[in-house]
Ligand binder design. Structure first.
Ligand code: PHE
Length: 379
């Protein structure tokens, strides 16, 4: 046994316990493990930490410090915490090995901070914020990264709070929730174009998403809703109603600080880190230079088990943060029923120019690994 490498919120974590290549129920690669414990949200000079603190400030002033804050809960949680306790159905896609990092069949890297809702309700908390790193297998582009940060907010109301209003408990909570988050958006952005979209989450009903207009697109920045009564019933709050939200800190920070690519949050380049300091929200990031991208295409006949997330995992495992985007540019099925995909990989460093040689080497290594690990036939 290797000695514990990390300690998070009192939990000791050994690499051997998280990355087990021989275990078929484990799909956590090295490069993902290495992100555990970095806790960007606990660095006061980092955009993610600056944003967390600004949100804390909003809640402290608007709710006279009633919200209890947690930002050091261990990201390795049980399947029960991450899914069952927030009523995620047994067949929901988010439970798949394609979407979530499993340490073993009963343990995952949390894919949302909602994983902590139930335990904190059981502990008797009625107003709380949970900030932490969350992990998702996904495709690669400028707003998606397999590790990002969320802040969860939960507020529980007791009957006397809505009984004096003229509305039912659910509408009371929904109205209160939207007001709270619109206030937060104004606190952070002043004026920004935003819209509410109705949506579905297993743990809230009704459920909403807040979208913000950024880089000529509507971007989802948070999910929220009125907590499913079943969650309250199971956790000792039978007579209450509650709301919950989960917001993506990177997405909000990209808009606030003008950060064009999500990989920049992980950069340790001084030219970047020196631009941000504690308490300074919304300082606009000045790119130190835009290096040219380099595109490489890869085409193959896929197999039944092929997924884009698996491809992206391979690419990220080899090229790390040098890959900017992986995009399907061609897709067809021939007369024999074989399906071909062509992906365009964009390589670009945030910090320097890449040489043809190093990109060619990465691409060769990607081709080789894609062929052996993903059971596809290169064309
Ligand atoms: N957990 C949801 C997500 O990660 C966000 C959310 C939190 C939605 C709380 C509703 C309530 O997308």
């Amino acid at each position: 046994r290797v000695a514990a490498l990390l300690e998070i919120g009192g939990v000791k974590i050994a690499k051997d316990d998280v990355v087990r290549e021989s275990d078929p129920t484990n799909n956590v690669p090295d490069n993902i493990f290495s992100k555990i414990g970095l806790q960007l949200h606990r660095r006061d000079n980092h955009p993610i930490g600056i944003l967390k603190n600004a949100i804390y400030e909003y809640f402290d002033t608007s709710y006279s410090s009633m919200f209890v804050k947690f930002d050091d809960l261990c990201p390795i949680v049980s399947v029960q915490q991450n899914f069952d306790e927030v009523l995620v159905p047994a067949d929901h896609v988010s439970r798949s090995y394609n979407d979530t990092y499993y340490v073993d069949a009963g343990t995952v890297l949390r894919c949302h901070t909602s994983a902590h809702q139930a335990e904190l309700l059981r502990a008797g908390h009625s107003h709380f914020l949970v900030t932490g790193d969350v992990y998702r297998r996904d495709s690669i582009d400028s707003t998606h990264y397999p590790v990002f940060h969320q802040m969860e907010g939960v507020r529980v109301f007791s009957p006397n709070e809505w009984e004096v209003s003229s509305t039912d408990a659910t509408s009371y909570a929904a109205t209160n929730l939207k007001k709270c988050l619109e206030g937060l958006a104004r606190h952070l952005f002043g004026a920004v174009e935003m819209r509410w979209v109705d949506t579905y989450f297993p743990f809230t009903n009704p459920s909403f998403e807040l979208e913000i207009y950024f880089q000529e697109k509507w971007m989802e920045v948070l999910g929220c809703g009125v907590t499913e009564q079943e969650i309250l019933n199971r956790n000792g709050r039978k007579d209450s109603v509650a709301w919950a939200f989960g917001l993506g800190l990177e997405r909000l920070a990209m808009v606030l600080f003008d950060i064009p690519d999500i990989r920049l949050f992980w950069s340790t380049d001084q030219r970047l880190t020196s631009q941000f300091s504690a308490g300074k929200l919304g300082v606009k990031f000045k790119p130190f230079s835009k290096f040219p991208p380099c595109y490489k295409d890869i085409s193959f006949w896929i197999s039944d088990s092929f997924t884009e997330n698996n491809l992206c995992e391979v690419v990220r495992g080899i090229a790390g943060d040098l890959v900017e985007e992986v995009k399907l540019i061609d897709n067809f099925t021939n007369k024999k029923g074989m399906t071909s995909h062509c992906y365009r990989i964009a390589f670009r460093s945030m910090e320097r120019s890449l040489t043809d040689e190093e990109i060619n080497q990465l691409q060769w290594s990607i081709r080789e690994t894609v062929q052996t690990k993903l059971h596809v036939t290169l064309r």
